[in-house]
Write a protein that binds this ligand. Structure first.
Ligand code: SAH
Length: 347
């Protein structure tokens, strides 16, 4: 076993140079995965938590250069789900054993704070034992506080990239990394279990940017870290930029498990999109969460963040059983539980 990996496992940290060598070195992938899998088993056994993802709107006021539902994509066929449709997704999900519902969408002003709070209250009212996660972008503190008071437990907001120069390459000038980072710290203060994360292989990304992502996460100490490869969408300014690399993404998952052994790390849909066994490989590299799609089949194609997204054709129940066997074949077990983050214990 590579000596840096041993030390990373023991101390959860390494000097910049050694981390960069692990990020950039394909030769360490198997060792990293082995060490990461040992850590995930120590903390979480073979348990895999499921999050039912409800993509409730693809309207967005932002214009992120990489994203297929950006405001300026005139080809996107826009939709919004009603409260009743969202509750319908939750009912189906609950029956299938899902105990977390993730409401994700573009930044859509139609869903005012009042509407979001109503939806959260309705879900928690009907399923008090579930966790509700919101993933609806950058808001002001008062809005986050209102959602929390309405019952929201968790919030996912990837920082996307922790370096200012790179952030500016990926986003229009109206968006700032500083604001996004502030949102994450505010969410923590308000008592949310916070998830952050980044894309791997986004245009202009260098290993130093990934190192900066790790350093930022060390400061934030999130409960969840979602990463996936950047995948090209044809109707964006980045239509001619190549997608991110499977192997680099897997190495990053393993490094994250070693640096944040307690964390919830999803094997993301994007990972499953760039490789037919991407999610299984993600689990074997240290991930412990899967996020099957609970959105109504009729809208799934429309929530097109990137090209060839998987699982757009199947009913929720099919998705659930397909995932169940994939997870089992990879050596793990889907469990019916809220799947809260484990309290960090330093050993
Ligand atoms: N509006 C919400 C949700 C964004 S969509 C927010 O601002 O947080 C969820 C995630 O999809 C994004 O955070 C981004 O990391 C990822 N994503 C968007 N476009 C992508 C692409 N082309 N390839 C891979 N991931 C992408």
């Amino acid at each position: 076993m590579n000596e840096s990996i041993v030390r990373l496992t023991q101390t959860r940290d390494l000097p910049d140079g050694e981390l960069l060598a692990l990020i950039s070195g394909p030769e360490w992938e198997a060792d990293l995965a082995q060490a990461a899998d040992a850590q995930r088993r120590k903390w979480y056994g073979t348990d895999v938590y499921v999050r039912g993802l409800i993509e409730f709107t693809n309207y967005c006021k932002n214009d992120c250069y990489y994203c297929g539902i950006r405001k300026s994509n005139g080809k996107a066929d826009r939709y919004r789900l009603t409260e009743e449709q969202i509750l319908g997704c939750c009912r189906q999900g609950w029956t299938l054993g899902f105990r977390t519902f993730v409401l994700q969408g573009g930044e859509d002003p139609w869903y005012t704070d009042e509407r979001i709070c109503r939806i959260v209250r309705a879900i928690k009212g009907e399923f008090p034992a579930c966790a509700v996660t919101l993933s609806i972008g950058e808001k002001e503190r008062e809005s986050y506080a209102a959602y929390r008071a309405a019952g929201a437990d968790r919030y996912l907001l990837r920082h996307e990239t922790a370096s200012d120069d790179h952030y500016q390459m990926l986003h229009p000038a109206s968006l700032s990394l500083k604001h996004r980072k502030n949102c994450l710290f505010t969410l923590k203060e308000l008592g949310y279990q916070v998830g952050s994360g980044f894309m791997v292989g986004s245009p202009g990304q260098r290993p130093e940017h990934l190192l900066a992502d790790l350093r930022f996460l060390q400061r934030l100490q999130p409960a969840m870290i979602g990463i996936g490869p950047y995948i090209t969408h044809p109707d964006t300014p980045f239509h001619d930029r190549p997608s991110g690399d499977l192997h680099l993404t897997l190495r990053m998952v393993s490094i994250l498990r070693l640096m944040f052994p307690y964390a919830l790390l999803p094997a993301t849909t994007a990972l499953g999109t760039i490789h037919p066994r991407g999610r299984e490989l993600g689990l074997q590299a240290g991930a412990n969460v899967v996020m099957p799609n609970l959105s109504p089949v009729g809208v799934r194609e429309k929530y097109s963040l990137y090209e060839n997204k998987i699982c757009t054709g199947e009913e929720a129940a099919e998705c659930r059983s397909c995932l169940e066997s994939r997870v089992r074949l990879a050596g793990y077990e889907i469990v019916t539980a809220r799947g809260d983050v484990k309290e960090d214990i330093h050993d």
